[in-house]
Design a protein around this ligand. Structure first.
Ligand code: SAM
Length: 213
């Protein structure tokens, strides 16, 4: 994702702490208290500019959504999108997904979405891929027993890599879709990248995965 320097981002984040939660680690095990309900928690890692999470929150008002985005200059755009949506079942976190087990308690999360994650094609960057086994170990920890990992990408290399990574980890695949848009699915909420790549005619890959207990 192209990141423009936004000198106003710090001020924006300071003024919107009810939406982009600072000190997210303080809420570990207590996210439902923040939302003031016991609805399931779904998280998106690498939320980008927020189109997916805002659309999902509208479609599923009885689910609490938390978007995690590393780049400050990008999360402010997501925050603006969430504010426009007027959905109250979303908060955002400006953190690295590497810290996910400091932010969520074991079993606290029902679903993790990875959408168009950075592919990091060079072998020496493998550890940064969000489907590398160290990330999978963390996802398994925070997901509950019904928990699901849902992964969409346009990047065939990353998709192939991830299927092998899931398999090596003993993850069960409930769905492997090699062309998500071949049939129109009214429940599929598109991300910014998904719109861009599918408009160019590129197939979108999706898999739904469950950790074997
Ligand atoms: N999900 C959006 C979409 O589909 O349009 C954005 C996709 S963009 C290629 C990937 C996003 O993931 C970037 O905004 C990047 O900053 C974020 N990201 C990459 N690694 C991350 C990490 N370890 N933790 C949190 N966010 C991360």
């Amino acid at each position: 994702m192209r990141q423009r320097n936004k000198p106003w981002a710090d001020d924006f984040l300071r003024d919107h702490q009810d939406l982009v939660i600072p000190n997210a680690k303080d809420y570990k095990g207590k996210w439902n208290q923040l939302f003031d309900n016991n609805n399931p928690i779904h998280i998106e890692i690498g939320t980008g500019k927020g189109q997916f999470i805002a659309g999902m929150a509208k479609q599923y008002p009885s689910i609490n959504f938390i978007g995690i985005e590393l780049a400050k200059s990008v999360i402010v755009s997501a925050a603006q999108k969430v504010m426009e949506s007027e959905q109250e079942n979303i908060v955002l976190i400006n953190e690295n997904a590497e810290n996910i087990t400091d932010i969520f308690e074991e079993n606290e999360v029902e679903t993790i979405y990875l959408n168009f994650s950075d592919p990091w094609p060079k072998n020496r960057h493998e550890k940064r891929r969000l489907t590398y086994h160290t990330f999978l170990a963390d996802y398994r920890r925070v997901l509950n027993s019904n928990g699901e990992l849902i992964f969409k990408t346009d990047n065939r290399g990353l998709f192939e890599y991830s299927l092998v990574s899931f398999s090596n980890f003993g993850i069960l695949l409930n769905e492997v879709n090699l062309d998500l848009h071949v049939i129109e699915d009214p429940e599929n909420v598109m991300t910014e990248y998904e719109e861009k790549f599918s408009a160019k005619g590129q197939p979108i890959y999706r898999c739904r995965a469950r950790f074997n207990e």
